[in-house]
Design a protein. Structure first.
Length: 95
């Protein structure tokens, strides 16, 4: 994998995003992977440290994603128009 995460972060940062936010997203992605790994490990091992770390990560990793994505949410339409557009684009194909 040429470049890896560091190159991806720099590419995102050069597109107008803040480098700190891009790094926070990368850390959040790694925490999601680690949290899922720990959840699976706890299922097989039942270690109290693994359980604690898994619960700790699960306590904030999704709110972190919501917070970071909300920082870049651009309000360019009235709420109901935006909701209809998102419904048509995301949910309608599955109905």
């Amino acid at each position: 994998m040429p470049g890896g995460i560091a190159e991806a972060i720099e590419r995102v940062a050069s597109g107008g995003h803040f480098l700190v936010i891009a790094k926070a997203v990368a850390v959040a992605i790694l925490l999601v992977v680690l949290g899922h790994t720990l959840a699976e490990a706890n299922y097989h091992v039942a270690n109290s440290t693994v359980l604690f770390l898994g619960r700790l990560i699960y306590s904030f990793h999704m709110p972190l994603f919501f917070f970071l994505s909300g920082m870049f949410f651009k309000v360019d339409l009235p709420f109901l128009d935006m909701l209809k557009r998102r419904f048509d684009a995301i949910l309608k194909p599955y109905l």
